[in-house]
Design a protein around this ligand. Structure first.
Ligand code: SF4
Length: 206
C-alpha cells in the first residue's frame, strides 16, 4: 500500500470514527496502524460483478435514473472482507471496546479502499458505487441485487433485515460512462467528515 493511499485511508478512518481535531493523535494512529496490519493479514477480499446493458425494472425510478444519467450500461457488484474480520471485531468487543471501535472503522475504510482499487483496475470509465439506501432508494433493493449476483458465492449472507453477514460487505451498482458526479449530499458522514475538514472529498481520488 503506498504512503499516499495510506494517508487517505487514515482520513477515511477518522471520518468513520467521528473524531474531530484528532488527526494527529498518536494513540489513535497506533491503534489504526495495528488494526490495518491485522485486517490485511486476516481479511480475504472478494468482489463479484455482472454487467448489464439494459435497465432492470427496479432501477426505473428517479434516484437510480439520475445516478445513471442516461447510461443503460452498469455493473451490479458485491464485495466483502470475509468472516474473519467480523470474528476479530466481536472478540475486541468483549476485551477492548476502544480497539473494537477503531478496528471496525478501519475495516470499513479498508473495504472501500480495496473496492475502489479493484474498480480502478477493472476499467477506467466506471462511476462511483451507488448502493440501495442512497438518495431515498429502498434499502430492500439490495435483495434484488443479491439474488441476481448470487452473492452467496463469495460468502455473503443476506438476513431478513437486509443486513449482510459478513458485516464488512457491500452490494451496489456502478455506472459505466456515466457523467453523474458524486456529491456529499446524502453521506451519513457529512457532519464529522475529516476529508471535508481538510478541504478534500473522498471521491476526488477516483
Ligand atoms: S461523500 Fe463527502 S461527506 Fe461523505 S465521506 Fe466523502 S467527502 Fe466526506
Amino acid at each position: 500500500m503506498s504512503a499516499k493511499n495510506y494517508s487517505n485511508l487514515y482520513l477515511a478512518i477518522y471520518s468513520y470514527l467521528g473524531y474531530r481535531n484528532l488527526t494527529k493523535d498518536p494513540r489513535i494512529d497506533k491503534l489504526i496502524e495495528e488494526s490495518l496490519k491485522e485486517i490485511e493479514e486476516i481479511s480475504s477480499f472478494q468482489y463479484i460483478y455482472q454487467e448489464f446493458d439494459y435497465l432492470l425494472d427496479f432501477l426505473n425510478q428517479k434516484p437510480y435514473l439520475d445516478y445513471l444519467n442516461g447510461s443503460t450500461n452498469y455493473l451490479i457488484c458485491a464485495m466483502t472482507l470475509g468472516v474473519s474480520v467480523d470474528k476479530r471485531s466481536k472478540y475486541y468487543e468483549k476485551v477492548d471496546l476502544e480497539r473494537m471501535f477503531v478496528f471496525d472503522a478501519t475495516a470499513s475504510a479498508y473495504l472501500e479502499y480495496l473496492s475502489d482499487e479493484f474498480e480502478r483496475n477493472l476499467r477506467p470509465d466506471l462511476g462511483y458505487r451507488f448502493c440501495p439506501g442512497y438518495q431515498g432508494t429502498d434499502v430492500s433493493d439490495i435483495r434484488l441485487l443479491y439474488n441476481l449476483l448470487k452473492a452467496n458465492k463469495i460468502g455473503i449472507t443476506l438476513l431478513d433485515s437486509n443486513l449482510m453477514v459478513p458485516q464488512k460487505s457491500m452490494i451496489g451498482i456502478v455506472g459505466i460512462n456515466t457523467t453523474q458526479k458524486r456529491s456529499c449530499r446524502d453521506c451519513f458522514l457529512i457532519e464529522h467528515c475529516e476529508y471535508r475538514k481538510e478541504g478534500l472529498r473522498c471521491y476526488t481520488k477516483r
